[in-house]
Design a protein around this ligand. Structure first.
Ligand code: ZN
Ligand code: ZN
Length: 459
């Protein structure tokens, strides 16, 4: 007879009601690699001149004038978190702030009730038009756990500072600057809806920044699509006549396994995650309907398209094996594309951040395996764009947590609000004043493939 003491697998490892604790060894390995890279890697900055130094001095003063009010607004938004498409109070607060400063602002433009738009400047014929984007949607449970209250005031502060410069001397802002309040980033693609309704028409470049645990000029953001798969079977008595059934849950189970195996043969940044939402009601009835919801993510539009096709093949194979029919519903909400970063723009952001005592790291220093998605990706494949991140929290603080929500109202967030506002405004000002930089921004975008037809890309 086996002795439990010498065969621990018999009873000693029996599961309890508690899950096992994941090891953080991999995260610690990544931390070590990042720290080593931080010691040796520096962003190259920018070879362009940008706007004259005297104007940057004025811009910093202009940012400082609104800084206190911006921090108050940052706290106010955090105290009244509103989820995607319901940001009525937040949108109103931003618009009212602009109106109080003598700037005409509209709420509910470009097809979304909770969007905001304002603009300043005109400039000569051919002068560029730049957009500054601001998010302000929150999350269920963790409120501003993604720090969009900080994004809102970075964007608004940047726009107001440029408006102050233009009010003093119109020649200081030789072009048009559009402020776009963009709702519904979390779990939706608010910016895609707005882009389809003309929000980016005549825009030469778009900028925004996101709070984070590091200062990074650039970071990987994965493209993301959603897929719902329904398997259609035939009900039968699971004991008396199972041979007359076609089991939809079998098909769902086969697909779930198939995705799991397929992952071993995909690029490391590809992500597929699924849940089985429906798979029958009673064990004695063979289920005739099973449903999976999936997210499919990848690092480039083309690889996202490839991965989508492979996931579809797995679904078809599973349906055939179980003798089931299937329906595939892609992208109930519009997909997010990855972010295509414009280096000419981020170079100027880095220069501006250095002036504020920050030193944003280049892409690759923080592992690309720790990547999420953003609807700014859809913007960045229509016009040149940048989406740097700015530090408001210790490196280990993950987005979408209560800890990050606390960081989003911390003194670090207040200084990031001012540094970020200056960085966005400085980048815009540089492009407006430096035709060589403006040309480099456009040239880089064209070289990378130019604008793509986002709504039709996956057809
Ligand atoms: Zn988020
Ligand atoms: Zn976010």
């Amino acid at each position: 007879m086996a002795d439990a003491a010498t065969h621990p697998s018999s009873t000693a490892a029996a599961p309890t009601a508690e899950p096992t604790l994941p090891s953080d060894a991999y995260l610690r390995e990544l931390d070590q690699a990042r720290e080593a890279a931080m010691r040796t890697t520096r962003h190259p900055g920018s070879e362009h001149q940008g706007a004259p130094t005297a104007l940057h001095d004025q811009l910093e003063s202009a940012v400082a004038e609104d800084a206190e009010e911006m921090v108050a607004l940052m706290h106010d938004l955090a105290a009244h978190p509103e989820v995607a498409f319901e940001e009525r109070r937040s949108a109103r607060a931003l618009a009212d702030f602009l109106i109080a400063h003598g700037i005409d602002a509209q709420v509910g433009v470009h097809g979304l009730e909770t969007s905001v738009r304002a603009e300043i400047g005109a400039g000569a014929d051919g002068a560029p038009t730049l957009a500054i984007l601001a998010e302000y949607d929150a999350l269920p449970v963790v409120g501003h756990g993604c720090g969009h209250n900080v994004i809102a005031v970075m964007g608004l502060g940047a726009f107001l500072a440029l408006a102050r410069l233009a009010a003093e001397d119109p020649a200081a802002v030789p072009g048009r600057v559009v402020f776009l309040g963009t709702p519904a980033e979390e779990g939706h693609t608010g910016k895609e809806f707005m882009a389809r309704e003309g929000a980016l028409e005549d825009i030469d470049a778009a900028v925004m920044a996101h709070p984070y645990g590091y200062d990074l000029a650039d970071q990987a953001w994965l493209g993301r699509r959603t897929l719902t798969v329904e398997f259609h079977g035939r009900t039968a008595h699971a004991s008396a006549q199972p041979f007359m059934g076609r089991n939809a849950l079998d098909a769902a189970s086969l697909m779930y396994q198939g995705i799991g195996l397929m992952r071993q043969q995909t690029p490391p940044s590809d992500r597929v995650h699924a849940v089985i939402r429906e798979g029958g009601d009673r064990a004695s009835v063979i289920p005739d309907l099973a449903r999976l919801d999936l997210y499919v993510r990848s690092l480039a539009p083309s690889t996202l398209r490839d991965l989508s096709a492979r996931v579809e093949e797995v679904a078809r194979g599973a349906a055939m094996m179980a003798g089931c029919g299937l329906t595939l519903t892609w992208d109930e909400h519009p997909p997010s594309l990855p972010v295509r970063t414009n280096e000419a723009l981020t170079g100027r952001w880095v220069q501006a951040q250095r002036r504020r005592g920050r030193d944003p790291l280049p892409r690759g220093v923080v592992s690309e395996t720790l990547a999420a998605s953003t609807d700014f990706g859809n913007v960045s494949y229509r016009v040149p764009g940048m989406h740097p991140v700015i530090r408001i929290a210790p490196a280990e603080t993950a987005l979408h947590t209560r800890e990050f929500a606390a960081a989003a109202v911390s003194p670090e967030a207040a200084s990031a609000a001012a540094d970020g506002a200056y960085g966005l405004a400085a980048t815009v000002l540089d492009v407006l004043h430096d035709p060589a930089l403006a040309a480099a921004v456009a040239e880089e975008f064209a070289q990378a493939g130019g604008a793509i037809d986002v709504p039709r890309f996956f057809d």
